[in-house]
Design a protein around this ligand. Structure first.
Ligand code: SF4
Length: 60
């Protein structure tokens, strides 16, 4: 699966980075930088997607 971020929605709350620091990083601009590669742990990814308070993340 891949994860995409709508950078126009992200408000830099950092939940994704807190839950999966190996995959997500909030950049200096306060906007998430998601992994660009396919990532494997679907349960963790779904948790991260569900935890974003502005629903900026999508699994594809
Ligand atoms: S949890 Fe959502 S709003 Fe917060 S940094 Fe991640 S994508 Fe952005």
């Amino acid at each position: 699966m891949r994860i995409t971020a709508d950078r126009t929605r992200c408000e830099g709350h950092g939940m994704c980075e807190a839950l999966a620091p190996n995959l997500f990083r909030v950049g200096d601009d306060g906007i998430v930088e998601p992994p660009t590669d396919t990532v494997g742990d679907n349960d963790l990814l779904q948790l991260v997607v569900d935890s974003c308070p502005v629903e900026a993340l999508r699994l594809t």
